[in-house]
Design a protein around this ligand. Sequence first.
Ligand code: 39S
Ligand code: ZN
Length: 776
Amino acid sequence: MSSIRTHNLGYPRIGEHRELKKATEAYWQGKISREELEDTGRRLRRGNWLKQQAAGIDLIPCNDFSFYDQVLDATCLLGNIPPRFGRQDASDPDSLFLIARGSRDTADNCGDGCGCQTGTFASEMTKWFDTNYHYIVPEFHAGTEFKVSGTKVFDEFQEALALGIHAKPVLIGPVTYLSLGKSHDADFDRFSLLDGLVAAYEEIIGRLAALGATWIQIDEPILATDLDDRRRDAFLEAYARLATVAGNTRLMVASYFGGLRDNLPLFLSLPVAGLHFDAVRGSDEVPELLEKFPEDKVLSLGVVDGRNIWRNDFDASLGLLAEAEARLGKERLWIAPSCSLIHSPVTLENEPKLDPEIKNWLAFADEKLAEVSALGDLLGGRAGPGVLEENRAAHLGRRGSPRIHNPAVRARLAAVAPQDLERRSRFPERQALQREKLKLPLFPTTTIGSFPQTAEVRSARARWKSGLLPAVAYDAFIKEETRRCVAFQDEIGIDMPVHGEFERNDMVEYFGEQLEGFTFTANGWVQSYGTRCVKPPVIFGDVSRPRPMTTYWSGFAKSLTERPMKGMLTGPVTILQWSFVRNDQPRETTTRQIALAIRDEVLDLEAIGLAAIQIDEPAIREGLPLRRADWDPYLAWAVDAFRLCASGVRDETQIHTHMCYSEFNDIIGAIAALDADVITIETSRSNMELLDAFVDFNYPNEIGPGVYDIHSPRVPGVAEMRHLMEKAGAVIPTGNLWVNPDCGLKTRGWPEVRASLVHMVACARALREKSNASLR
Ligand SMILES: Nc1nc2c(c(=O)[nH]1)N[C@@H](CNc1ccc(C(=O)N[C@@H](CCC(=O)N[C@@H](CCC(=O)N[C@@H](CCC(=O)O)C(=O)O)C(=O)O)C(=O)O)cc1)CN2
Ligand SMILES: [Zn+2]
C-alpha cells in the first residue's frame, strides 16, 4: 500500500430518518415481524457500508451495528447473560430486548427488601463515559463463565464480504468490558474473571482470523480514565495472550474520549499491531506519542472530532499528520475520526432549512468521513484543486462572523458580581419563609415535570411544525392536555403540581430553539439509549434570551389551580452537556452565558407568581471530566452556573433541582453547594442506597428521594413506596422529605402514570397519618 490509509471506528446505526427506531418499536408493538425487523437491520448495514466505501474510506468497520447497544451485544457474544433471564445462547434481537427492557409480566424490579418478586427485571443502564449514550451494564458474579455464544460478529463480517467489502470487525476490549460492569456482591473482584474472559476473546479472534479478517479493532476507551494497578495488569495479561492467537490477523487497540497521560507507556507497550489515538482530545500528547511510538506498530490518528459537529480544521490536522508521517512514514500511519461516529448525527444532506452560513461550519458523520478521506488525499498530494482553500475559507468565515459575537452578552458576563451567586438569606431562613407561604403538608407530593408524551402529542407537534396543523389548533390542543393534567393532579391530591411539559419536544432542544446563539436541526438525531434518540441543539454563538420562554405555559397552568404550581426549567450545565457546543471558547464561558438567560427566566416565572421553580440538572455528573484531577475546576464552574441561575429570587420563592443517573457520593459537596431549597433524585432502583451520600454529608436542605422507577411500566404498590420512604425517614429529618417519582414521566403511558401517582399520594397520606404533625 503506497498511500496513507483511512479508516472509520464506527458508523451511526439508527438510520438517516431513525429507520431502526421505527422498525424496532413497530416490532415491539407487534406491527412487523422479526424477519422484517432483521431486514431493516440488513438494509441499514448495507447502506452504511456502501456509503463509507463511496466516501473513500479504506477500512470500514463491521459489528458496529446493534439492535440495541454494542455493550449488550458483547454481553451476548460472550455468553454473559445474567442467569435470571434463563437463556444462554443469544444471537437474536429478542434476547437483547429482554435483557435491556425486562419482561413485562414479571418486571417486578424494585431491588430487594420489599418482598416483591424479582423475576426478569432489566439490566441496569448507565452513561457511556462522558457521552449522552447509555449502555446496558454487564453483570458479573463469582460463578460467571464466558462462552462464545452469539454469531453476530461473524455473520456481519461475512455479510460485508458478500458485498465485496473486507470489513474490520469491532469488539469492545476485555479490560473496558470488565471495568464497565458491576457485581452485586461488592467484595467480588471482577478481574478474577479475566482468565476466562480472555479465553473467550481468543476464540472470537481465532474465528475471525479463520474467516479472513485482516484487522480487528478492539475498543479500550477505559485507557482515557484513571487506571488502578489491577486494570493495568489486566491490560498486560490480556493483550500478551491475544497477540499470540491473532496469526495473520492484526489487532488495533483503540483509545478515545481523551488523552492517555500516565497511561501512555502502558498503551505503547501493548503487543498489538496497531494503536488508535484520539488526537482531538489528546492533541497536546501527539509529540510525545510520536517520539515514543514503537517501530513495529501502525498508528491511527483520530484527527476528525467524533464528538462534536464542527468542520475539521485541515491546516491543524495536516500539521499533526505531517509530523506523524515524518516520524512513521506512510506505511504506518492511518487517518481516522477520533472515536466512533455514533455520537454524531448522520448527515447534513437532510438539513435544507439550516442557515447556509452556519451549515458551512458543520460536519456530521458523512461529512466527517469525507474529511478523513480528503485529509488522506491532501497528505498524499492527490486532492483536487481548492479543497484546502475552501476549508480555510469556512474557518475564516466562522471566526470573523458577527453572528457568533454579542458584545452585550460579554459585557453582562463581565459584570457578574459574587453577590449574584448568593441567595439573599441562608437556607434556614428561606425554609421558614417558604413554609409560611406554601403551607404544604408533611411529606409533600410532587412530580419531576413531564407527563406522558403520547403519540398524539408528538404527532400534533409534528403536524404543527410541518404546517399541517394551524398554530391556534396546536395551542388549543396543548392547552387541553395541560388542563387535563393539572385537573388530574388536583383530583388525586398532588400538593405541588406541574404543567406537564406537553409543549416540549425535549428538555434541552425546547430551550435551544428559543435562545439566540443556538440553532437546531431537522434530522440531526443521535442515539441516547435503545430506540430513544435526541436531537442536540447546536450552540454556535454568544447565548442570550430574546424573550421569556416558559411563562406562557407555566402561567396558563398556574391559572388552573389553587395549589402552588412549580415552574420547570433546564439548567445551564445540562443544556450545555446535551448540546453540540462551540469549540472556540471555554465551555465554562458558554455555560455562564446560558446561566444568565435562565436566571432571567427564573425571575420572569417568579414575577408571574410561580412559588416554586425547578432547575433540572440531570447531566451535572456526566459532565465530570474522565480524570479525577480535572474534577474540581469543573465542579466549581458548574456549581457557580447553577447559583447564577437561582440566586436572583426572593427568599420565599422555592428553588428545586432534579438529578438522575447519578452517583452522588463523590460529588455530594458540589450538590450541597448548589444550595437548592429542594432536590429530587433518582434512588428507587438502588433501594435508597444513593441517599447514603446525603446522610453521610449531613445534607441540610430538603430532599425528594424518588420512590419509584419511571423507566419501567410496572405500577408500584403503596406498601413498597412506603417502605422506601420509611428507609429515607430513618436517616433524613421528616420535615425535609418530599414524595415524588424518580424522574419525568414522558416515556410512560397514562394508565400506569395514573395508577402509580394515586399510589404515591396514598403513600404520602399514610406517612402523614403515622406522623403526629400534619402541617410543617
Ligand atoms: N436531550 C436529552 N438527553 C437526555 C434525556 C432527555 O430527556 N433529553 N434524558 C436521558 C435519556 N432519556 C431519553 C428519554 C426519552 C427520549 C425520547 O423520548 N426521545 C424521543 C424524541 C424526542 C423528541 O425530540 N421528539 C420530537 C420529535 C417527535 C417525533 O419523533 N416526531 C415524529 C412524527 C410523530 C408522528 O407524526 O406521530 C417524526 O418526526 O418522525 C417531538 O416531540 O416533537 C424519541 O426517541 O422518540 C430521549 C432520551 C438522558 N439524556
Ligand atoms: Zn430525571
